[in-house]
Ligand binder design. Structure first.
Ligand SMILES: Cc1cc2nc3c(=O)[nH]c(=O)nc-3n(C[C@H](O)[C@H](O)[C@H](O)COP(=O)(O)OP(=O)(O)OC[C@H]3O[C@@H](n4cnc5c(N)ncnc54)[C@H](O)[C@@H]3O)c2cc1C
Length: 390
């Protein structure tokens, strides 16, 4: 059986979010960018309407929704306020890591606050010398008498300035490459943790920045999962976050196309509405076609994940094409709206800046293409491992 329909519950959730995004998010989207801050009240509001706890267990205040439902949230919120989609994507990724691997004490302490939207937790993997090659991180966690001592620098981290804690990846065995990495939950208020924001091109309210860890003492309970298994734990999570990122970008792209379609129906040149000219309608159709195809590949990937089936290559395909095709669609929309869209009065220039960020965040196009190549060509042809010798 092949069934492309959402359940009744999913359709109800989708309609509720569509109205919420239109009435409560979209009218203020550009304001948070100009003011450079993310209103915590809105993140909390997302908690009240069940968005921040979607992938968290019911016993800790979540709703244990399936991945497809999380995708609906990413897409619809992406239409209203791209930056608030981080609440869907980060919470799904972090929620899974904590739920699957953390101690009961950490779950009780953090999950209800994450689910309610009261606390924001980021994910800190990238470092100044290790981005795509994430196994090359240099941050260390040394075990001494019941505590781990963390030292290192994380860079490019979303919510660095506004987060309450971070899932930090550090080497517990410096000789083992990706098999020597462990995961920790590191509250921001601890001595030795310092966060510094960047002046970014987009995603401004998200407060991306660097995190400096200087002799940070973490009690043993903050180790998440087993020592040296951290990398595998996050790699599986990326298969989910990448599908959600694809949908949040597609949401922003489709919203821009909807707004542009309304514009070209009423704006006239040479006595006719712009929509009558195929030089205008065909680019709209091209971008719409691309985004719809990526959207359904994303929902397919989420469905595969819900069934417990393999979905890494589907996820990687959505991650590299979703942000790319969305930013191309938004760019085209900006041009079709004329000079006024080049001002900050309209959301298009901001959407363009915001979406471009996720062509890099959570893995570039090339990083995702490596995942697909490993699957369809074969692991023995990996560029980043020793060539196979006969
Ligand atoms: C908006 C945004 C949000 C982010 N949020 C987070 C976050 O929350 N947490 C976090 O840990 N990180 C985050 N990052 C960092 C992001 O994950 C990294 O920037 C990304 O993985 C790329 O690493 P890099 O910047 O070091 O680039 P590099 O790894 O130095 O790559 C530079 C260029 O070389 C290409 N390249 C590298 N290796 C190869 C290869 N083998 N073959 C072909 N091309 C290659 C890359 O594709 C890229 O184009 C974020 C970044 C952005 C922009």
């Amino acid at each position: 059986m092949l069934n492309f329909s959402f359940t009744e519950e999913q359709m109800y959730f989708r309609d509720m979010l569509k109205n919420f995004a239109k009435d409560e998010l979209l009218p203020h989207y550009t304001r948070w960018d100009r003011e450079g801050e993310l209103p915590r009240s809105l993140w909390k509001k997302l908690g009240e309407i069940g968005v921040t706890g979607l992938r968290l267990p019911v016993q800790y205040g979540g709703s244990e929704a399936d991945c497809v439902t999380a995708g609906i949230a990413a897409e619809e919120i992406g239409r209203g306020d791209f930056n608030l989609t981080y609440a869907v994507m980060l919470n799904a990724l972090i929620g899974e890591i904590i739920t699957k691997h953390a101690s009961e004490e950490i779950k009780k302490e953090w999950l209800p606050e994450i689910a309610s939207g009261s606390k924001i937790v980021g994910i800190a993997l990238t470092e100044p010398d290790a981005g795509t090659d994430a196994a090359g991180i240099k941050t260390t966690a040394v075990y001494q008498d019941g505590v781990y001592v963390l030292n290192g620098e994380k860079s490019g981290i979303s919510v660095a300035t506004i987060g309450d804690a971070f899932i930090v990846f550090a080497k517990t065995d410096t000789h083992l490459g990706s098999r020597g990495i462990s995961t920790f939950l590191c509250p921001k208020h601890l001595d030795g943790v310092e966060c510094k924001g960047y002046e970014d091109m987009g995603n401004i309210p998200i407060g991306r920045g660097s995190i400096y860890l200087n002799e940070v003492v973490l009690p043993e309970k903050y180790l998440i999962g087993e020592e040296n298994k951290g990398f595998m734990q996050v790699m599986n999570g990326f298969d989910l976050s990448r599908l959600l990122i694809g949908l949040q970008c597609v949401g922003a792209g489709l919203q821009s196309l909807d707004e542009t379609i309304e514009h070209v129906k009423v704006r006239k040149s040479f006595g006719k509405p712009l929509a009558k000219y195929q030089g205008v309608s065909f680019p709209i159709v091209t971008h719409y076609t691309q985004l719809e195809m990526i959207k359904w590949q994303a929902y397919r990937g989420l469905w595969l994940r819900d069934q417990g089936l393999k979905h890494s290559k589907e996820s990687a395909s959505v991650k590299w094409m979703g942000p790319k095709c969305s930013q191309e669609a938004i760019h085209e929309c900006l041009l079709l709206n004329g000079h006024y869209a080049y001002t900050k009065e309209m959301p298009l220039e901001q959407r363009l800046r915001d979406v471009i960020g996720l062509e890099i965040g959570d893995g570039t196009a090339q990083a995702n293409q490596m995942v697909i190549a490993n699957d369809i060509i074969g692991k023995e042809f990996k560029s980043y491992e020793k060539p196979v010798t006969s």
